[in-house]
Design a protein around this ligand. Structure first.
Ligand code: ADP
Ligand code: MG
Length: 705
């Protein structure tokens, strides 16, 4: 079968020994297909021979001519020898020099015809030379200005040449040879996973032709178009990459829709009235739309898998709680999970406030619940007497049994992807799952990382929020920062001072935060300063947080534990120390802790010089916008998809040819095409089979179907 050639392990290519195969493997290249889908990092036009007489120093040039003479010359440096040749074309002659490549004396000889590509340099008073060029010995010599053609096809010169990133011992030239060899082993027709009508609509080439063109373009393709990855051949392969992946996600989603959940909700006027009765304020349009999506899912026969995205403070909690009311009105139970105990406790207080005086029984289940309380609580949950359980992610890992769990709400915040969906299914009955994230995820990333889920987005913030002023200050101007804190606290406001907490250096950072708390106590003898960090016991943390939220503390020095959660409307200052160490999305989260009340708020990003270019760009972006979605796009650009979530999602693929920023339009199209075709049964069985095989191979652990 034709696909077999693509699946051939690379060591079967001529010239790929065990060592090179191992190096290629390290870069993720195992098969011929992997190699062919690894695009060049750039292309160089070496196709047009330039007349020697017209060469200028400093330029990269391709020339072709006859070797008049060739010598190995010693130099004054011991053991260092130059191989030089004199090459002549119809217009003139030029000296060519290869430093320290003595073996060339057995390769390049007089009367041969060669094609060279390299840098033209001034050679003392003796004129021009080409230094250390790439070369090929050819049969026939093209005229200057003519593209190279003929039976002896060239790889490294005389054409538009692909330049690959070096992988270990495999140089760009070797890779070029391997790719060339692999391409020539391809059968005349290759199975094409891209539907024919898509190819026709775009006038895209066949798979085989596209692979050839993407690596060894014909000389009439503009090089700058190649370098922007905009040629039809390149776009087609990028699309293919996206399409196969998206088809796999669509298949998963489609198969999920065949799963029957045990507890389907219905909605009546009575239930709507019950939800309205709970409502503490008027929902924004975005909140209403998201709620409508979710309530529609609750009424379907298959389990919901929905991601609710919204900026910090967009008001996701109330949307989730209203969905919970619908489930509870149906006689079902709801689990609400937060990433930290502090947050679970805050959610608990919020939910209790909203559901006060209703018939729903809400309980908190965290590590702080005593064994005695647990002995009562767990059986009550099992009997269905508790309707709404709020806790940390331990809720699913622990031995909590529900009688009628219908809805699981996961407030993931930025710690995206920690929950294994399998564990949830194990809770029985295939409950509906709503994941909330406060890190807006760029659309392109949401499509790849969460493409099998449905996504609702709440844009904008509830009315009445005051914009936050953001300023960036070097550590050396700390006095101004203190002056700001003093002024705000004197007005009755409160301030956060946040320290980064990096796991590897947890102790060091903790010391730094502790020292800062001590310094601030000295600087502001008239204020109350307290320290909050992740190592503190739950009740100690809670005591500090409560005191701050209650206004008894003026300045809270915290390691980044505050980034998830805590609503303190009276806090108007957020000072981020070592802001250069935080990621953009994290900074945005932190900033979202202020500006929640009626007062003007200021976020101060304090950096320690020297800062990297990336850090400068991040802090500039923070100062220039407060839109979480814009910031997320920027973060993706700076960090790349792999690092966006801090740690790479396990099991999800590296994109091969595509780039989420550059090729966003193709991704969007691949997503739409794949979903529509799978849902309407318009993907041929052979193509579905192909998609399954690729998923099996590439993403092994994740099964499709
Ligand atoms: P997040 O989306 O970050 O979880 P929250 O749900 O905590 O945001 O909401 C942020 C704040 O805005 C809360 O104090 C909440 O009560 C309030 N809020 C949410 N929706 C509205 C609304 N429609 N009108 C007024 N205030 C709202
Ligand atoms: Mg929230």
């Amino acid at each position: 079968m034709s696909a077999d050639v693509l699946q051939t392990p690379l060591q079967y290519l001529k010239g790929v020994g065990p060592r090179k195969a191992a190096d290629l493997k390290k870069a993720g290249l195992l098969t011929v297909e992997d190699l062919l889908f690894r695009f060049p990092m750039r292309y160089e036009d070496r196709s047009r021979m330039q007349p020697i007489i017209g060469l200028r120093p400093g330029q990269m040039a391709a020339v072709g001519g006859e070797v008049l003479s060739a010598h190995l010359q010693p130099t004054r440096r011991a053991g260092f020898r130059l191989f030089t040749a004199l090459v002549q074309d119809a217009s003139g002659q030029i000296q060519v020099v290869w430093p320290n490549q003595a073996f060339l004396k057995d390769v390049i000889c007089p009367h041969q015809h060669v094609v060279l590509f390299g840098k033209v340099e001034l050679w003392g008073s003796r004129g021009l030379q080409i230094t250390d060029p790439e070369f090929e010995i050819v049969d026939a010599m093209p005229e200057p200005g003519e593209p190279q053609a003929g039976p002896h096809e060239q790889l490294h010169t005389g054409r538009i040449v692909p330049v690959y990133e070096r992988t270990g011992s495999v140089t760009t030239n070797m890779q070029r040879r391997f790719v060339w060899q692999a391409l020539h082993q391809l059968p005349e027709t290759l199975f094409d996973p891209v539907p024919q009508d898509v190819l026709t609509a775009h006038r895209w080439p066949s798979r085989r032709a596209a692979l050839f063109q993407a690596h060894f373009p014909s000389s009439d393709v503009p090089v700058d178009m190649l370098n922007r990855f905009e040629t039809p051949a390149q776009r087609r392969l990028i699309f293919e990459d996206f399409f196969v992946f998206q088809a796999g996600l669509a298949l998963r989603r489609h198969e999920n829709a065949q799963v029957k959940k045990a507890r389907v909700c219905y909605v009546s006027d009575e239930i709507r009235a019950a939800a309205r009765a709970v409502l503490p304020f008027k929902l924004t349009q975005g909140q209403r739309d998201a709620l409508a999506d979710i309530v529609a899912d609750l009424q379907r026969s298959w389990p919901m898998q929905r991601l609710l995205q919204g900026d910090v403070g967009a008001g996701k909690t109330i949307v989730a709680v209203l969905a919970a009311v619908v489930a509870m009105e149906n006689g079902y139970q709801v689990a609400f999970m937060a990433p930290t105990e502090i947050l679970a406790e805050q959610h608990y207080r919020t939910v209790m406030k909203w559901l006060d005086g209703t018939k729903y029984r809400v309980r908190l289940l965290t590590g702080r619940v005593t064994a005695a309380q647990r002995r009562d609580l767990l059986p009550a949950i099992e009997r269905g007497e508790i309707h709404f359980v709020i806790g940390t992610h331990a809720l699913v890992q622990e031995h909590v049994t529900f009688r009628a769990l219908a809805l699981v709400i996961i407030d993931e915040q930025h710690r995206f992807g920690v929950i294994q969906r399998g564990t949830l299914a194990a809770k029985g009955g295939n409950p509906d799952v709503l994941v909330m994230t406060a890190t807006p995820i760029p659309r392109t990333l949401a499509l790849t990382e969460c493409g099998d889920m449905d996504v609702s987005v709440i844009r904008g913030l509830p009315p009445g929020r005051k914009p936050i002023r953001t300023i960036v200050k070097p550590d050396s101007r700390r006095d101004e920062v203190y002056a700001l804190i003093r002024q705000e606290v004197a007005r009755g406001r409160q301030a956060f001072v946040v320290y980064p907490l990096v796991e590897e250096s947890e102790k060091v950072d903790l010391r730094a935060a502790t020292a800062m708390a001590e310094e601030l106590t000295r600087v502001f003898p008239e204020f109350t300063v307290a320290l909050l960090h992740g190592r503190m016991k739950g009740d100690e943390k809670d005591r500090v947080m409560r005191a701050f939220a209650g206004g008894q503390l003026h300045v809270l020095v915290a390691t980044s534990v505050v980034e998830v959660g805590v609503d303190v409307p009276n806090a108007t200052v957020m000072v981020v120390e070592h802001a250069e160490r935080f990621g953009l999305s994290q900074l945005h989260q932190l900033r979202g802790r202020i500006g929640r009340g009626d007062h003007e708020s200021t976020c101060v990003l304090v950096y320690q010089a020297p800062w990297s270019d990336d850090a400068r760009e991040r802090l500039k972006a923070m100062a220039s916008t407060s839109d979480g979605f814009v910031i997320a796009e920027k973060d993706l650009q700076i960090r790349g998809p792999g690092d966006f979530f801090g740690t790479r999602q396990s099991g999800l693929p590296q994109l091969r040819a595509g780039d989420l920023t550059r090729d966003a339009d193709l991704l969007e199209e691949a997503f739409n095409e794949a979903r529509a075709r799978i849902e309407h049964g318009r993907l041929a069985p052979a193509q579905i089979e192909y998609v399954r095989a690729v998923w099996q191979r590439q993403f092994g652990l994740i099964t499709v179907g």
